[in-house]
Design a protein around this ligand. Structure first.
Ligand code: ADP
Ligand code: MG
Ligand code: MG
Length: 869
């Protein structure tokens, strides 16, 4: 078992043994960069220490023999030799996975009352020597004895106040000496023993502290959060010090080989002269921009520039580099792949491909779904977000960030919007009628409903930020205010909501909009090159279709016709149609609706030339369309020539106690075939009109909620009849297909029979999940939370496809369907179409296409491309 590696013995691929920092220090050393020499204690040693809790003899001896090598290399002395300059060390933790800020570094180790004097003599810089000693005592006490840094800073501050100093650099040598005594006393008071003078003892205590820090609560939480194993352990890097605090020609800084905010090919970074270690980030003095260095020390700047480019070329990614300048000489202390914004991720990945550094596959791998999500939605400015207080939290239902004045009804939203206000719609839940208010608002917040509630689905569809299920909201509708966790928010008050975290804030928070740029479009094309499954859009309006085209949709997989019914002119006609008592009466209203639907389809088809469009016939229970307020009911009665009583009676008649399992979907068409006939006519007439205009559309007509072959057959006969009539009237025809949704378990069980009548299946995973579990989509949010709390379920089946149960139904029915209809097309159109974890199943089953809301297309494409490469 090799416990220790000198920097020149390792390389970048040994992260498991040497940790990320150690492996890259080794790599930089063999690349010939100026890295202060040192060695790395392996993670293997750490694991053994964590078992036994002692530094064993062999490890200690190996440390000492490696130290001797280091003394020879540096021509300095760690243990104390009056004729040599003292060798000071930095002790740096470094786990295989980067765990930023988890474990602290100790600098200047080896200093004591004797060596500090030697150091002063050798460097002829007494101030520097004592400044380093002071820093060492503070860091050592903090890391090894866990004494809060504030104890030391209080002492420092009081000296500065007493002497009226502005900055640490005003401290005189005698101030520093005094501080050192005070610091040692703090150590003694906490530890009841003297500050250790013996450098070897200092070193072993420091190594133990780094090992132990693997299990400090912060580190454990971080690993839990990032799903990192707790058994790995950390490496310890022991390195000779170089000093950025030696005077005017010394300094320290951080450098990025490209701008990590936008990916621009320019050096980006900060530095401070006469400073050490964390001074740059600690905010004690304001650091200078790296470009300033070019003016002060052009040679050093050039060396930095050249090396950063060399490292970037070598590691094939943006590099984050730590450096120190000692008396005009440049040293490299750390290099790693830089953390970057989503914009920089996309830009740099694309540029690296065009520079030939990486190939398209590698570029795709580097982009995360979070990157794309953030790119498509504006996000709150981090700086302001940190200062804002979270007043409540709900489900992160649709990503993005929005600020606006609170209004509680779609009508009030519309009024406010017309006055030019920015609005957040806050409601218990939303219904199809609220669509206008939703469109007008910046974001939507509901107290009820889950990830697939109406508000959530619609918000994702229209790309609005949305938080659902914030159960802490109490409504006072009469006086128009809400209370969230004791905070009162009145109508017209500003709030901000973050649909990516579910957090609700008071007031307005500035946003940054990351535009989809040329590189994003290039990336999209690459995704299309690699993915193997089609990606279509759920698009109900020409506007949706336009958005979908922005992301190169393969077509429309779900066009929900009922969404075309909700607007001021159409809804009264829809209502009259529903409430009509006789077929003749109903037909009159249907004829009017036909015009509207045909118009819509013509518009949508125009945008989808040569692409498949699947239109779903009317699906929701009829009562969802009914008038609710007294005024609405009265007006409707008047226009239909009915008495109020008659009207109320008809409305009452349509009430259902369990509407989701009631008179909806194809069941409506068993009772009223004329409704579906009208819709089929609208679709086909629109397709013929499109054809006459040179646009090629072969519509796919989809029947929802089928549970039996005979249901489908009955409806299909009606549709085919009507379609043939259209062909005859127009003396023209188009190719079309009729298929069905599989969303009732019985349909999945009898898929072989159903496939005899269907050209395609489309899995509506929302309803299929609802009916397979028997969990109401609209109510399950309440109890599913407890399921997850008690670990009964690990995920919500409405957001992550239940592969075991629902997945089995999909798999079984796909196979059954193929036994009777070999070439049946299979699509997925529910919320879980985009579930990255289900993609493998979909591709195994030979699903033809996935259909998702327009704004999710790039995300689904990314996941599919990653699956294929
Ligand atoms: P972190 O993992 O928090 O970045 P590091 O181990 O990189 O911690 O150390 C933090 C800082 O300490 C470095 O950026 C560098 O400025 C300073 N430092 C570390 N090792 C040395 C060294 N051998 N000589 C001089 N400064 C060092
Ligand atoms: Mg570092
Ligand atoms: Mg459905």
């Amino acid at each position: 078992m090799k416990l220790i590696y000198q920097f020149n013995e390792g390389n970048k691929d040994m992260k498991d043994i040497l940790g990320g920092k150690g492996a890259n220090l080794a790599e930089m050393t063999s690349l010939g960069l100026n890295v202060p020499p040192g060695f790395t204690i392996s993670t293997t040693a750490c694991r053994k220490y964590l078992e036994d809790n002692v530094l064993w003899l062999e490890l200690k001896e190996t440390v000492l023999s490696n130290l001797r090598l280091l003394e020879l290399k540096t021509e300095k002395s760690f243990l104390g030799n009056r004729n040599l300059q003292p060798l000071l060390l930095s002790v740096r933790s470094g786990a295989p996975n980067s765990m930023p800020g988890m474990m602290d570094t100790i600098l200047n180790l080896g200093l004591n009352d004797t060596s500090v004097k030697l150091m002063a003599d050798f460097t002829s810089n007494e101030r520097f020597a004592y400044d380093s000693y002071r820093r060492f005592i503070e860091m050592f006490s903090n890391v090894v004895a866990e004494i809060p840094r504030i104890e030391f800073e209080k002492q420092l501050e009081s000296v500065k106040i007493e002497k009226n100093y502005n900055s640490d650099s005003d401290l005189t040598i005698s101030d520093l000496k005094l501080l050192i005594e005070k610091y040692k006393k703090i150590y003694f008071d906490f530890e009841k023993t003297e500050f250790p003078e013996d450098p070897t003892r200092q070193l072993f205590l420091a190594v133990e502290a780094v090992f132990r820090s693997w299990n400090n609560p912060r580190a454990i939480t971080y690993r839990n959060l990032h799903k990192i194993s707790h058994d790995i352990g950390t490496a310890v890097n022991i390195q000779s010090m170089v000093f950025g605090n030696m005077g005017k020609t010394s300094g320290t800084g951080v450098l990025f080989s490209r701008n990590p905010i936008n990916g621009n090919d320019e050096l980006f970074g900060e530095y401070l002269m006469n400073a050490q270690g964390e001074d740059v980030v600690a905010g004690i003095r304001t650091p200078l921009e790296i470009s300033e260095l070019n003016k002060e020390f052009p040679n050093i700047y050039k060396e930095l520039f050249d090396t950063s480019k060399k490292l970037e070329l070598y590691f094939k990614d943006i590099q984050d580099i730590e450096f120190t300048i000692e008396n005009g000489k440049l040293y490299f202390l750390q290099v790693r792949n830089a953390k970057r914004t989503p914009l920089a991720a996309v830009n740099s990945a694309c540029e690296f491909v065009s520079e030939g550094l990486i190939d398209k596959k590698e570029a795709i791998k580097r982009i995360s779904s979070k990157d794309i999500e953030n790119l498509l939605h504006p996000v709150f400015d981090d700086a302001y977000l940190k200062k804002s207080k979270v007043v409540g939290k709900g489900l992160a239902a649709s990503p993005g960030a929005a600020s606006g004045k609170v209004y509680f009804s779609p009508a009030d939203v519309t009024i406010a919007k017309n006055k030019g206000e920015k609005v957040i719609l806050v409601r218990e839940e939303t219904s199809p009628e609220d669509i206008e208010g939703m469109l007008y608002s910046e974001g939507i917040l509901t107290s009820k409903g889950g990830m697939t509630s109406h508000a959530a689905v619609v918000a994702r569809g229209i790309g609005k930020c949305c938080i659902t299920g914030c159960e802490d909201i109490a409504f006072n509708k009469d006086e128009k205010y809400i209370v969230i966790n004791d905070v009162v928010i009145k109508e017209g008050d500003f709030i901000s909501i973050d649909g990516s975290t579910g957090n609700i804030y008071l007031g307005e928070i500035p946003k940054v909009k990351l535009d989809t740029n040329e590189n994003f479009k290039i990336l999209l094309k690459w995704l299309d090159e690699f993915r193997k499954i089609g990606v279509r859009a759920n698009a109900d309006t020409p506007n949706d279709a336009m958005h979908a085209n922005q992301f190169n949709t393969d077509g429309i997989g779900l066009c929900r016709t009922e969404h075309m019914f909700f607007n001021k002119i159409r809804i009264p006609i829809v209502r009259s149609m529903i409430l009509a008592n006789y077929e003749d009466e109903r037909k009159e209203y249907l004829d009017e609706l036909l015009k509207f639907q045909r118009e819509d389809f013509v518009e949508i088809f125009k945008l989808m030339d040569n692409k498949p469009v699947t239109v779903r016939l009317l699906d929701p229970p009829l009562h969802e369309f009914l008038p609710k307020t007294d005024v609405e009911i009265k007006n409707l009665a008047a226009s239909m020539g009915l008495t109020m009583n008659d009207m109320l009676y008809r409305i009452e008649n349509l009430k259902e106690s369990n509407p989701m399992l009631g008179h909806r979907g194809c069941r409506l068409a068993i009772t009223f075939p004329e409704i579906y006939k009208m819709q089929a006519r609208a679709i086909i007439e629109a397709a013929v009109i499109s054809k006459e205009n040179g646009i090629n559309i072969n519509p796919e007509i989809m029947i929802p909620l089928v549970c039996d072959k005979k249901e489908l057959k009955f409806i299909k006969n009606h549709l085919v009849d009507e379609i043939n009539k259209v062909f005859k009237e127009k003396s023209n025809s188009v190719e079309y297909h009729i298929g069905t949704m599989i969303e009732i378990p019985r349909a999945a069980l009898l898929a072989d029979e159903i496939a005899e009548e269907a050209d395609f299946f489309s899995y509506g995973t929302n309803d299929l999940t609802q009916m397979t579990f028997g969990f109401s989509r609209d109510d399950s949010n309440k109890f599913l939370f407890d399921y997850m709390n008690h670990d009964v379920f690990s995920t919500n089946p409405f957001s992550t496809l239940d592969k075991k149960g629902v997945g089995k139904l999909i798999e079984m029915s796909a196979q059954l369907g193929r036994t009777t209809n070999k070439n049946i097309k299979l699509g997925i159109c529910g919320e879980q179409a985009g579930d990255p974890e289900a993609l493998e199943l979909y591709s195994k089953l030979g699903i033809t296409y996935l259909s998702c809301s327009p704004f999710r297309i790039p995300l689904v494409k990314l996941a599919l491309a990653k699956l294929a490469i």
